[in-house]
Design a protein around this ligand. Structure first.
Ligand SMILES: *Cc1c(COP(=O)(O)O)cnc(C)c1O
Length: 242
């Protein structure tokens, strides 16, 4: 194989420009089916393990929001794509204290805040030159011992703490529910997250709470049915991961 392809393709052999359009149509259809306005949810393209060239193609096809899980990998891609001024980077990976500085400096959003210490460090490390860091609190909605996330019981206290931090802007909630292939079961954890979100909105009517980050390639429709505003699509856009 001497000839390099001029366009990189995801592993299912489809062009990224096509999968981006297909993901957008899938979202539009899900919103129609749920009786929701067409602009009431957006796609976050989850690009972990995928090369910068594919992200650039997605950007050229109109995608602006990208989610990354691994800090070093993400920062390398950010350097390669520094010319794409409108790109918006969301950190959706595990968060330890030693990562907070880089995350605070290099992302617009963090979806995985689940304890006060991490939130405080993100706020302290957020550069004054940038707008406040947008935050979703990750909730362990299916109560899986192996998963990160604040418990539903501890959520109100954490939300209160995050709202008090000067360089953070609490936007909403995020969850990664237990996997189910059954669409009717898929809705339950999304409905539970929506209830927690509505409770928060009721408690803090002045807060800029507008984001429910839930739903992935396998359960996006169920999440849209239950009010998701940001669906995180990896496989559906970039193909399967190794
Ligand atoms: C990898 C990942 C996704 C994307 O999952 P797909 O099933 O590939 O769509 C979404 N959210 C988080 C937090 C992830 O780590």
């Amino acid at each position: 194989m001497s000839d390099q392809p001029t366009r990189a393709t995801p592993d299912q052999g489809r062009l990224i420009s096509h999968t981006i359009v297909a993901a957008r149509h899938r979202l539009e259809q899900a919103l129609v089916d749920a009786g929701r306005p067409a602009d009431s949810a957006a796609v976050l393209a989850v690009s972990k393990t995928k090369p910068a060239a594919l992200l650039r193609e997605a950007f050229e096809a109109g995608q602006r929001l990208f989610g990354e899980n691994y800090l070093q990998e993400a920062m390398e891609k950010q350097r390669s794509l520094a010319d794409l001024e409108e790109i918006e980077w969301h950190y959706i990976g595990a968060l330890q204290s030693n990562k907070t500085r880089d995350v605070a400096e290099h992302f617009s959003w963090v979806h995985t805040v689940d304890r006060e210490k991490i939130a405080r460090r993100l706020s302290e490390a957020r550069p004054d030159t940038l707008t406040p860091l947008n935050i979703c609190l990750q909730v362990n909605i299916s109560r899986e011992p192996s998963k990160s996330g604040v418990t539903p019981e501890a959520l109100p206290a954490l939300a209160e703490q995050v709202l008090a931090l000067p360089n953070l802007k609490l936007r909403g909630l995020m969850s990664i529910p237990a996997i189910s292939d059954d669409p009717s079961r898929q809705r339950l954890p999304h409905a539970a997250l929506r209830e927690l979100f509505e409770d928060l909105v009721g408690r803090y009517p002045e807060a800029p709470l507008d984001t429910l980050s839930m739903g992935m390639s396998g359960d996006m429709e169920a999440a849209i049915d239950e009010g998701a505003t940001l669906v995180r699509l990896g496989t559906a856009i970039f193909g399967s991961r190794d």
